[in-house]
Design a protein around this ligand. Structure first.
Ligand SMILES: Cc1ncc(COP(=O)(O)O)c(C=O)c1O
Length: 381
């Protein structure tokens, strides 16, 4: 199998599994128990928190563990809105966010909040002046993703952070698709809240984290015990948290070399595909992108058919977000970038990872050229 869907999920790194196993087998105590057996688990959670903080470039008490990237996004949006009710109920986000943010915003809207959606240009990037025009005295939060999961397009977070700060607005960044993929420390972006998810970086599924800059007002969504400083009740997923820390540390250590290696493979694949397939286009090519992602339109073919045909050849890829599989609607991200619905439907996402090798790229190139040629021949009959 050639797996080119790393933006959907990644294989668990064997070193991460090794780090987790003691907390599933032997050290299974409750971190809140006062005796030494429980405190062994507590120490593992706090060690993991310090390691995550070191990778992000923040203090340990600025890291909250959650049950997923989705939960981290929900906590950021709903938690800040609850805590800052006195300022207002206005949120600005982008039209291309992951459903974890967009559907949460829709739910908040149904509860009486006002949400503005910043459009993106053809390159997939939000326009700073448009964002600025949307921020008002009652704006509580700006939420913009770091890299888009479908196109890999990066947003100007540092500039957005400066803008938000100058207007007294908090900034949340969904960095699920950049954590461990880009060199540099996420806390240095200047955001107040940053979400990440372990399973996108060779860690286990069902565990995420939210960086919360010290002093950021936040209310809990899940109430109960005093876990996570009272901001996320529930006995900690000790093994998952240890796995997240190990996975993030490994990913951050390799980020610089992997970013160069994967960008080189991705760029070569794009160059060769554009040369070999008439009419093929890279969506978001004009913008800076995360190094592992390419989103290609093959006009005249249905993207889903390409995915199925590649699957029959042992190649895994997707037409967009794994959360929208089976959704007959064209991608909201590509439509927001101004693609016509037919071109959006003809698009396929390939996302590389640490195990992707030169020969995989050659095999995928060959398969895609053949598959698109065959599908075009059938559709022109
Ligand atoms: C940009 C982005 N945000 C959030 C999520 C949700 O993360 P999780 O699967 O951990 O809930 C994803 C996963 O697809 C994502 O790509």
């Amino acid at each position: 199998m050639i797996y080119l869907d790393h933006n959907a999920t990644t294989p668990l790194d064997p070193r991460v599994l090794e780090a987790m196993l003691p907390y599933l087998r032997e050290a299974w105590g409750n971190p809140s128990s006062p005796y030494r057996f429980g405190q062994q688990a507590r120490a593992a959670v706090e060690r993991a928190r310090s390691r995550v903080a070191e990778c992000l470039g923040c203090r340990a008490d600025e890291v909250l563990f959650t049950g997923s990237g989705t939960e981290a996004d929900n906590l950021a949006l709903r938690g800040v809105l609850r805590a800052r009710r006195a300022r207002g109920r206005h949120v600005v986000t982008s039209a291309i966010e992951h459903p974890a943010v967009l559907r949460t915003c829709a739910a908040l809207e149904a509860d009486g909040c006002r949400i503005d959606y910043v459009p993106v240009g053809r390159d997939g990037v939000v326009d700073l002046a448009t964002v600025e025009g949307m921020l008002g005295p009652d704006t509580v939060l700006l939420s913009v993703m770091h890299a888009n999961n479908e196109t890999g397009v990066l947003q100007p977070i540092t500039e957005l952070a400066a803008l938000a700060r100058s207007r007294g607005v908090l900034l949340h960044v969904d960095a699920v698709q950049t954590a461990g993929k880009l060199p540099g420390r996420l806390a240095d972006l200047g955001a107040d809240l940053v979400s990440l998810s372990a399973h996108k970086l060779h860690g286990p599924k069902g565990v995420g984290a939210l960086y919360v800059r010290k002093g950021t007002p936040l209310d809990p969504l899940i109430t109960g015990g005093e876990h996570e400083r009272g901001l996320r009740a529930g006995t900690e997923n000790v093994a998952g948290i240890v796995g997240l820390a190990e996975a993030l540390a490994l990913a951050c250590a390799a980020a610089e070399s992997e970013a160069i290696r994967q960008a080189e493979l991705r760029d070569r694949l794009e160059r060769d595909l554009l040369a070999a397939i008439p009419g093929a286009r890279v969506n978001g090519a004009a913008a800076p992108r995360v190094p592992n992602t390419t989103n290609l339109a093959f006009p005249g073919v249905d993207g889903e058919s390409v995915v199925v045909a590649l699957d029959l050849r042992g190649i895994c890829c997707s037409t967009g977000s794994a959360c929208s599989t089976g959704d007959p609607e064209p991608s909201h991200v590509l439509l927001a970038m101004g693609l016509d619905p037919r071109d959006a439907q003809s698009s396929v996402r390939l996302s590389l990872g640490r195990e992707t090798r030169d020969e995989d790229i050659a095999t995928v190139l060959h398969a895609l050229v053949e598959v698109v040629g065959q599908l075009r021949a059938v559709s022109s009959l």
